[in-house]
Design a protein around this ligand. Sequence first.
Ligand code: PBG
Length: 332
Amino acid sequence: MESQSYYSNRRRIRANAHIRELASSVYLNHKTFIQPLFVDESIYTRTPINSLYEVNSDTIDSMLLQIESDIQSGVTKFLLFPVPLKKTENNFDFSFVLKALKAIRENFGNTIWVAADLCLCAYTSHGHCGVLNEHKSAVLNDTSVKIMADYALQLAQAGADCIAPSDMMDGRIHAIRTILNTNGFDNKAIMSYSAKFSSQFYGPFRDACKSTPAKDCLISDRKSYQSSPFNGIDAILSTIRDIEEGADMVMVKPALAYLDIIQKIKEQTQFPLAAYHVSGEYQGIELLAQQQLVERSKAHIEVWTAIKRAGADIIISYAARHAQNWIKEINY
Ligand code: PBG
């Protein structure tokens, strides 16, 4: 082919694996992955989560075994989701997750890093991320923030390295930073779910946490506190606000449908940015793989690469425990 310009030959750079590897603009590293864990007070033995392939709900004991095997697979960072036995409207009992955190610290010391998800949705009988007003028509912002700030302090005392609020109330980062600092925990990080969208893709997670918003409330979805997919600017402003309030790391969630938001937040803030490849996104790949329509590992790698290319530093994935192996096997 007669060349029009130096750029017209694009196949030279694609010619073989060596040059493709050299010319890659993104490399994945398993060290930047976080593995979610579900620890459930209502079970006596490890229980598979049917809607989340290969992911289990753990007892405290089986969680410790899971962490041990994850460490063997190269995982050192975890995000802990508690599923308490008792659901109430108020006066929440956080003791189960505190026990889980203490067990982690006793068994693993500081060889692993644990972020504790901070939200009320697994605790409330109605499944909302905060407490409701008496008519059950609205989530009360400041009342919920106060409860969650106290909860954050307990998580820090129990040994969490990082507090990860996922509730999307206003002012929570400031409240959490303040209570941590005034109690001598200024070394504990905050990873804010700052750009968290009201999404269809949380379905399997809500199964696992039994946290689907109840249909008998006057509000039956999370649109009044999670960001709208139709308003990308809100998610960006929410992230900038959380940074100003003291967040150390910020997050976009879900990941794949919001790559534009990842890119913009990274460009605008330069802050450490996590992307949460959420349960429905994960399970979508798993269902395709089960029908042999995609190769499981390669499909995850492709999506993770897209998330990195968009600008995320950190990837939260239910398949984080495969990251080291799968990345090693990448065929460029
Ligand atoms: C809510 C919360 C959600 C997830 C983590 N924390 C979503 C929700 O129910 O609104 C979703 C994670 C996933 O889908 O993997 N506190």
